[in-house]
Design a binder for this molecule. Structure first.
Ligand code: PA5
Length: 449
């Protein structure tokens, strides 16, 4: 089954003609993606990756995952941005909601904790407390191999592991995922003799979830990575034509760009499954970093229903009307619970007797989307048949392709991220990194302003 989209609730803002008027531009941008004649064309490696994935690579990932499962109670994944969010989104979406808390015999792999996506000493100390005397393996992920946050955190864990296991054994418990030949992490890994995985140089961080960046941590947690790749491969085939009529991810890209041109400058991805929370985080990075440039771009946000209907719901209903929603509708739930009858009915909930939580959850989503539409917040619904590794692969590919298309429609380069450098430059100067001395005067002037 395909992922389908339903855009009945944009009719208040857009008409059928609006969509068909995009057809020509879609074809142009399709060529930019497939023929590589647009900006950032050195980073299009993800487009044909699923159909050309090497079996040798999958085999190696699975073997290493088995080794980690045997040797360790805990896997620490060190990375940030595109080297962090895809694996976390998959592990949270496809495993038990309380995966790390489950007893060992109920988990398909070691516990997985993430680090290197912040530089909080409290976070690291608390993580070390949780690890205690459990055995650990570590996967450090950085394409550039020079990113400060994972670099610092890896240094701390490397020292911790060498003190605990001795240098020789620590080396066999550390796995580095990085560029084939460049960067400090590649150099360090070869000096120290770590097992390594390669991030292809034509795939940027936020488009790298279907490489070992995402696949190794997924496999360790027991996710069937062949199914993930199969889903992505299906998506690659389903989403390969240049027609707005049949290509659902192009339809989605066109709709969000049309909505943007009508003043809907914020997109909120909404879900009603808490285990899709990190899918929302992954989507925010993908679209935010790809489109937010040259003074343009939709601001990507995310909400979890019904939790956030009791926080941001008020704003969506009655606040500024520059928002549209994109809802992920899971068509088939894996679990369900029926509401039973209560003799006294003191809570007044007997009207729900015999109904199931899945049904109620759906009605809450439908009700909220209808209310928001009436309140001037249109929505697009993405129907995901079910939460499985196959559809995770399909969904991530769907969003990456929609994002590439969307960026080109907006006339930005969806594959660079020049704006991320600005904070780094200042931080490096404030920390006294050699080579950044001249930045000092500018920062002082800004801070004093
Ligand atoms: O999408 C991107 O390119 C970024 O978000 C990177 O993934 C992030 O900055 C981490 O970079 P690296 O993998 O080089 O450590």
């Amino acid at each position: 089954e395909k992922i389908t989209i339903d855009y009945r609730n944009v009719v208040s803002v857009l008409s059928k003609n609006d969509l068909s008027s995009m057809e020509k531009r879609i074809k142009l941008c399709h060529n930019m993606l497939h023929r590589g004649n647009g900006e950032g064309s050195n980073y299009l490696g993800w487009i044909n990756l699923p159909s050309s994935y090497e079996q040798e690579e999958t085999k190696k990932i699975k073997e290493v995952a088995e080794k980690i499962k045997k040797e360790s109670d805990v896997l620490i994944v060190v990375g940030i941005g595109g080297s962090y969010l895809g694996a976390r989104a998959a592990i949270e979406m496809l495993n038990h909601n309380f995966y790390n808390e489950l007893p060992k015999e109920k988990r398909k792999g070691p516990k997985v904790y993430f680090a290197g996506h912040n530089i909080s000493p409290m976070y690291i100390k608390n993580l070390l407390d949780v690890i205690g005397d459990q055995h650990i393996s570590l996967n450090v992920i950085s394409k550039s191999g020079t990113t400060t946050e994972p670099g610092i955190v890896f240094r701390i864990f490397k020292e911790y592991m060498e003190n605990r296991y001795g240098k020789k054994e620590a080396m066999t418990r550390i796995y580095a995922t990085t560029d084939r030949s460049h960067g400090a992490l590649r150099e360090l890994a070869s000096q120290e003799g770590y097992e390594t995985f390669v991030i292809p140089n034509n795939i940027g961080g936020r488009y790298s979830v279907l490489t070992p960046v995402g696949l190794l941590p997924m496999a360790v947690s027991g996710i069937n990575i062949e199914d993930v790749l199969e889903g992505a491969k299906r998506a690659q085939a389903d989403l390969s034509d240049d027609s707005l009529k049949t290509n659902n991810c192009y339809k989605y890209a066109a709709l969000r760009n049309l909505l943007y041109s009508r003043g809907k400058t914020t997109e909120v991805m909404v879900t009603n499954e808490p285990n899709l929370y990190y899918m929302g985080e992954w989507y925010k990075q993908l679209f935010g970093e790809s489109e937010g440039k040259d003074g343009k771009g939709i601001f990507p946000a995310s909400m979890n229903f019904t939790t956030d209907l009791h926080s941001l719901g008020q704003y969506l209903q009655d606040g500024k009307k520059n928002i549209f929603e994109t809802a992920i509708n899971i068509e088939k739930s894996q679990e369900d619970i029926a509401i039973s009858k209560d003799k006294l009915n003191l809570d007044g909930l007997n009207y729900l007797e015999g109904k199931t939580l899945d049904y109620i959850n759906r009605k809450a989503m439908e009700g909220a989307l209808a209310a928001h539409t009436d309140g001037g917040v249109p929505n697009i619904v993405i129907n995901l048949p079910e939460i499985t590794p196959f559809y995770y692969g399909y969904l991530t590919y769907f969003f990456m392709k929609a994002c590439g298309m969307s960026g080109y429609l907006l006339e930005v380069n969806p594959f660079d991220q020049p704006g991320v450098e600005a904070y780094k430059r200042n931080m490096f100067r404030l920390l006294g990194k050699p080579g950044y001395e001249e930045v000092y005067e500018e920062i002082v002037a800004t801070l004093e302003r």
